[in-house]
Each structure stands twice: as C-alpha cells, then as structure tokens.
Design a protein around this ligand. Sequence first.
Ligand code: KIV
Length: 293
Amino acid sequence: MIVAYAPFEDTDRKVTLPVLAQKKRHQEPIVMVTAYDWPSSQAAEEAGVDLVLAGDTAAMTVLGYPATAPVTLEEMLVLTKAARRGLHTPLLIGDLPFGSYERSHEQAIASAQRLVKEGGADVVKFEGPSAERAAAIISAGIPVMGHLGLTPQTTTALGGGFRAQARTAAAARALLDDALALEAAGCFALVLEAVPAEVAAVVTEHLRIPTIGIGAGPGTDGQVLVLNDLLGIFEEFKPRFVKRYAQLRRDMVGAISAFADDIRARRFPTGEHCYTIDQGELEEFLASLAADV
Ligand code: KIV
C-alpha cells in the first residue's frame, strides 16, 4: 500500500494535540479550514493555518452532490490523500462520511484506520453525540474531534434544512451535556456548527478541550470555514455565517470567458506560446512531403 504522507520538514512547527491544548489555555485563536486537494492544502499550509479538515462538505462543494450524505469513504480517501500531499505543518483531520461509522464500533474503527493509514490523516472527526463511538476509535489509537450542533449528514434530512440548533434552553442543555460526554470520552477538540453565539460561549467555558466554531459566534476557541465558501468558489447558497474573502468563482468564469474570446478572435495562441523547429529541419520535412506526391 502506498501512503500519501508528505515529509515533515519542520517538526518544531508541526501542530500537535498538545499545541492545540496550549492554544486553548493561552486563549490563542485556532484557525481551521477545509481542503480537499493538493493546491488548496498547499495554500492552507502557506497561509499558516493550524488545522486542515478534508471534510465531507467536498461532497457538495467539489463533487457536486446535493448533500453530504452520498459521498463514500473511497471518495473521501482520494480527497484526503490529495490534501495530505500539500501539508507539512497543520494537523490533517480526516472526516468520516455518512454510513462509514454508525453501524458498530468495529465499522467506525476500520473506517478511521483507513483515513489514517491510506489517507494520511493525523486524526478523524465524525458528526454526532456518540461518546461510546468516540471512545472506541480513541481506544484504537486514533484521536477524535467531535462535531455537534448542526450535523449536516443527518440534521438536514431530519431537521428540514440547514437550520441553527440549540435555540431552546432544553436543546442548549442537551448540547452542553453531549459536549461534556465527548470530552470525557477523550475527544481532543469539538466543532460546534450553527448554534447561538451565547450557547457556544458557555459550552466553550465548560470544556477543557478547544471548541472550533462555524456559525457559532466569536466565543469559541477557534473558527473554521469551508474553503470553497471563503474563497467564493461555491455559490449555490451562502449560510449566514459565511464570510467571503475572495470571489474566485467570478474570476474563474472571467478567465475562461477571456480564453474563449481569445480563441474565437484568433488572439491565442501567439508566437510566445509556440514551439519552434530549425528552418533546415522544416524544409527537409516539407520536401519529404513533396517527394511523396
Ligand atoms: O465537512 C466539513 O467541511 C465540516 C465543516 C463544516 C466543519 O464538517
């Protein structure tokens, strides 16, 4: 089996679980983005982020599925390996897709092992409150990041769309209890997605492990955005919590349109884009054609 590891050039800078714990203690914000391919993870590396998630949002943002549920473990492995090849410093989180961890501890451990062994992930994440499942994967030697609040693999189907969670006292309390249970099970960090800022702040205060928010306000220990959202590549819809830092989809359409215009107007290619042949060789070639007639 060929594993996709990139060599670690600077082990001093490598983000590890103790580094994350220290950032929480020092209240130093943790930066996380998704990346599903080599150029994106290289850009994340160069930008100096702490965590990279080869997330199942790739299902919608790069594979064109209508939801995250259809993406398979095989597909996630291809994307995770590609992300791995561009990374040296950030911790790479492999994402367990829908259907790869719910059936049993054995299934979850086997899937997590594939993300680590074949995909090159350092750790894994899965959606939902199953502390027992997290403990089982951790006991197999693989660190786990939890994910509570909006859990798109199931919440969108059961809850009728991308809606904010934990907006009642009872639901907020349940979220806190689930978060504490995941921490007790040994999770090293927790993603909180689409929950009220006040609730996320309270959960963050009650946990020793770092929380990473997406649509969870400024009170979490870190923030994550889906790369294709923040770059403005994915434009199908824009959740309230997304901030666009670029308009790359617009730039892509503009560049491809300019290419098409150049071809149709015969402005491309020009001499600078052409290979040359020695004049003597060309004449000999043309003469050989004349001799054929
Ligand atoms: O898969 C993903 O990209 C995620 C983020 C939204 C945290 O889970």
